[in-house]
Design a protein around this ligand. Sequence first.
Ligand code: UDP
Length: 373
Amino acid sequence: MAAYDYLVVGAGLFGAVFAREAANAGRKVLVVDRRGHIAGNVYTQKIEGINVHVYGAHIFHTNDKRVWEYVTKYAEFNRFTNSPVANYKGELYSLPFNMYTFNRMWGVVTPDEAAAKIEEQRRAAGITEPKNLEEQAISLVGTDIYEKLIKGYTQKQWGRPCTELPAFIIKRLPVRLTFDNNYFNALYQGIPVGGYTKLAENLLDGIEVRLGVDYLKNRAELDALADRVVFTGPVDEFFGYALGPLEYRSVRFETEVLNTPNFQGNAAVNYTDAETPWTRIIEHKWFEFGKDEAGKELPKTVISREFSSEWKPGDEPYYPVNDEKNGALYAAYRQMAAKEEKVIFGGRLGEYKYYDMDAVIAAALARAGAELG
Ligand code: UDP
């Protein structure tokens, strides 16, 4: 008999939720992670009293009441609402695209005027059925907004022209004829008080976790420890890249502590022109209103510039590249994965899917439910 019922590889959200559910169901669980910390890419580290989102900004948002009730059992959430600002060559625009954006762009005042302007630009572009991100964007918000707020940013983020990207990526962003700067169409939104690391710690409370353990390098030995394996690392790496590597976009962060209390006045400022080398600057303290847990104002600030890059082996994978080529390659890996009877593949890397946090949690709960009965 194996020592554990489940070996969970990866202490990110999928792994931590699955481990919690298995432990709650009375199973013996061991979690391993090759990094020196838990929480995967939602990991936050305290610097100058500020919870820094080390692997990029994460803003929890969901329409799924069950997921919201689940996460709020394991952490208290604040009332942060994401309202990024777009900086196009010094012109500042509200995001997502809403009446403030349209007013600044065209001087229009009413929703009818904004809708007419969008319609006029859409017609002039002659797009009936959008086939790619560029056409989708123009048909949603018109040419001016596409040129100033979408084109440069998207091409920097994905390293590909908008004409070669799928339309669905831009559909993540709401377009509103109201004065509502909330970036997400979600009923529930916030940031865990004390950072995401605390959420992961609470999920993993009482569960054995071994850090700095690389499953793929010690597979035989670790497999022998458990009846079932939950693998949340890259699916192609699991199979030794047998069919070739799946492509990702990676992100490099340049993080600085600044001796000023307020650098940009907002958590996220997107640089939407093509020339600025970074995509956005995150000022982490504004996820928690500039205060520490005791409610005290913080004298310094921490900012991270994000540079998007093509992933190469050895880099951290962030965004799956959802084009046809990678979709087909993943489908082939998924067939291989289905034959691994002992292994459950989950999460952004295990399923090669552009998952939001809430969807990862919902997927982990569903998988755990099916598995644990
Ligand atoms: N996007 C854009 N301009 C912006 C912000 C986003 O054109 O200022 C586009 C871009 O194509 C991006 C997509 O919207 O890939 C989705 O953005 P989101 O903020 O959802 O991406 P994430 O937060 O996952 O990085």
